[in-house]
Design a protein around this ligand. Structure first.
Ligand code: IVH
Length: 673
């Protein structure tokens, strides 16, 4: 084994560890993503070449790979307990008094407060600084061994950081919560919807489902996150209090929640609870309360635990976000890809300060599974910013008047045929001309992933379509002030504002445009991948299935869908009209660089032997030149290939210089600098 390889591997791992920590834990990267990727790729390649040199703590485990048939059992070093719940300041005072009574003291206690994360508790065991076993909580005494899955969670250190004043303990036991951010959850669900897979009800379920994948490669694709909240053997870092424990954990490389706060009095604890309650909706992850712990570790030890929960900590939960109401009707909505989604219309009920009138029912299977009937009394839940959902029916409240919920047999909007593909839970309207689908596509294009205009929400788009001002996407770019200002509820000012914003969007990045089209199987991520591979829309439109399949991240289904989509004459026409309406795709990065062919206009005639006409045009454009289709005074260069005909002759008559294929190739061989 060459020593150079071992050294290089070690250096790569150290660098990757450092940069992953800066990126995923500190949120403060110091190198570009591309540079990080290059290091990672180099590591993977070297390890593939020397598999014997793969270490347990190598960052390459982040991408998963181990597949197991079942999870092995892990006995926890000490029981993973749960927490007693309280809901009010009065109950918190009672808790404090109980603790004081237990400790026989009247001194005010120092507390540490932490957001109660709504994810899954895990235990991580580090031996000689290396993550060796990771497990779920399970029944508290034993859990499942999910080490490979946990190694894919980017912010969980695979090796602890140490320095001169922080020795790495031979054994360290930490606990914390694995969760999905709200953004990660929505992204995952959107992908699943596009792929016709059942959606997760909330981030917590999605995180649980992701962690318990037998194939850790799947876990690796889920953007799981982690916050540490405790240490099983705090004596090893010689900390006196929980606050110091967090300090030590942070220095070892663990992500510590930034909202953790030490409170000297019960009043401060109550204030912090109010604070968390107000900021809760602004966080990108779900919390369902606040955990309050006695900070002093020796006091924690003295207090000990009951069989269920520690006496030194309590969960002060946020008010319940559930309520019961009546399911009054079910509406069937047709989405932009034709999926028919049942939506529950509820007797309005207030949950967590918001009046809830609707709840998603996902699909037919969901209705069957929950055995829901019309006029049932149902338990409704609102969790964070997730669409409210029906947890269950309450059959005890049935009066005998309830009715079965009947799924329509044809599209409720256009009467078209409904199809349910085998293995999918989604039912789709397959009429390509379904007006409801079209409307949803237009709403989508105007929405967050497309034009992203404040003054152009769902209601406005509906109004524009109803009034006939908008029939298809290009119409957005043809609107004028008179038309808009003349509409109900619009004025000169609001019309101008929207038009100005649309004007700004007349150039759009290719990835945004592809995403905004709302093509099935093509979400934000896929759109980004496509935009990276094609410098312009024409190239993407011309790509065949094989070409698409060569792109990493594009599968069979997506490739087939894309080819079908872009060969639809209606789409080709739509794209044409877009450019006529003044819309353009933002030039790819190459074109903002110095471009040697700026100002030159090329005309091709005859056939080129070494490259296709499209490719030739592409090269000209990439270098800043333009391409003409007929001879005019604009043309500066005529490229004459084999069998060049009339155009060549005319060019000669006009005294223009002719380029041979070889001349042309030499010209475009230069890279944009
Ligand atoms: S400490 C001995 N701190 O809540 C109890 N738990 O209801 C150790 N949780 O299973 C728990 N955030 O999954 C603690 N900051 C936090 C927490 C937290 C969420 C979860 C944890 C635990 C459950 C108990």
């Amino acid at each position: 084994m060459p020593q150079g390889v071992t050294d290089r591997l070690e250096a790569l791992r150290a660098q990757i560890r450092l940069h992953a920590h800066r990126y995923y834990v500190l949120d403060d990267p110091i190198i570009a993503d591309g540079e990080y990727d290059a290091l990672f790729q180099e590591l993977l390649a070297l390890e593939a070449q020397y598999p014997a040199l793969v270490t347990e703590d190598s960052p390459s485990h982040r991408i998963g790979g181990t597949v197991v048939r079942t999870f092995a059992t892990v006995v926890h070093s000490s029981p993973m307990l749960s927490l007693e719940n309280i809901f009010s300041a009065a109950e918190f005072s009672a808790f404090e008094e109980k603790v004081q009574r237990f400790l026989k003291t009247e001194q005010p206690l120092r507390f540490i407060t932490e957001p109660k994360l709504d994810g899954l508790a895990v235990e991580l065991l580090y031996q000689q600084g290396v993550l060796s076993v990771g497990s779920t909580r399970g029944d508290g005494l034993t859990g499942e061994n999910i080490t490979a899955q946990l190694k894919t969670v980017q912010s969980i250190p695979l090796r602890l950081q140490g320095n001169s004043d922080l020795a790495i303990p031979p054994e360290l036991n930490v606990r914390g919560e694995v969760f999905l951010s709200k953004k990660g959850f929505h992204l995952l669900n959107r992908q699943r919807q596009e792929e016709g897979e059942p959606m997760f009800a909330n981030p917590r379920n999605a995180a649980a489902g992701s962690l318990r994948q037998l194939d850790s490669k799947i876990t690796a694709q889920r953007p799981l996150e982690f916050f540490v909240y405790g240490m099983g053997n705090a004596e090893v870092v010689s900390a006196c209090g929980q606050e110091e424990v967090f300090g030590a954990l942070a220095r070892m490389g663990f992500p510590v929640n930034p909202l953790i706060k030490v409170c000297g009095t019960a009043q401060e604890v109550a204030d912090q609870y109010q604070h968390l309650l107000t900021v809760r909706h602004t966080l990108d992850y779900e919390i369902d309360g606040m955990v309050v712990k006695v900070d002093d570790l020796s006091l924690q030890q003295r207090l000990g635990a009951t069989t269920r929960a520690p006496r030194w900590a309590i969960a002060w939960k946020f008010p319940a976000t559930q309520a019961t109401t009546v399911l009054e009707a079910v509406e069937f909505q047709v989405g932009r890809t034709g999926v028919v989604t049942p939506v529950a219309l509820l007797r309005p009920v207030e949950i967590d300060g918001v009046v809830v009138r609707r709840a998603t029912l996902h699909n037919q299977d969901e209705i069957t599974k929950k055995n829901l009937r019309l006029y049932d009394t149902v338990l409704v839940q609102r969790a964070g910013d997730v669409i409210p959902e029906i947890i269950k029916a309450i059959p005890e409240q049935r009066k005998g008047l309830e009715q079965p919920i009947i799924f329509p047999s044809s599209c409720p909007e256009c009467g078209g045929q409904l199809v349910r593909a085998t293995g999918e839970s989604a039912v789709r309207c397959v009429n390509g001309f379904c007006p409801a689908q079209h409307l949803q596509k237009l709403i989508y294009f105007a929405g967050k992933n497309g034009l992203d205009l404040e003054g152009l929400g769902k209601k406005n788009v509906e109004q524009l379509v109803r009034s006939g001002l908008i029939r298809d996407i290009p119409d957005f770019f043809r609107l004028n002030v008179e038309q808009l200002a003349g509409l109900d509820g619009w004025g000169d000012k609001s019309a101008r504002k929207v038009l100005e914003a649309i004007e700004q969007r007349k150039t759009m990045a290719l990835s945004r445009f592809i995403g905004a089209l709302g093509i099935r199987h093509v979400g934000e991520v896929t759109a980004g991948v496509l935009a990276e591979h094609f410098t312009d829309l024409a190239q993407l439109m011309a790509a065949d299935k094989e070409k698409l399949l060569h792109i990493e991240g594009i599968g069979e289904q997506t490739a087939v869908t894309l080819v079908a989509y872009f060969s639809d004459p209606a789409i080709v026409q739509m794209v044409d009209q877009l450019s006529q309406a003044g819309f353009a795709i933002q030039p790819a990065q190459v074109q903002v660089q110095v471009q040697p062919l700026v100002g030159r206009v090329f005309l091709f005639t005859g056939t080129l032997a070494g490259l296709s006409r499209d490719e030739a045009k592409q090269r000209v454009k990439a270098l800043g030149g333009q391409v003409a289709s007929s001879l005019s005074h604009r043309v500066t260069d005529v490229v004459a290939g084999e069998k060049a005909g009339a155009k060549k002759k005319k060019a000669e008559e006009l005294g223009l210089d002719l380029l041979s294929e070889a001349d042309f190739l030499a010209l475009v061989a230069q890279e944009p600098s």
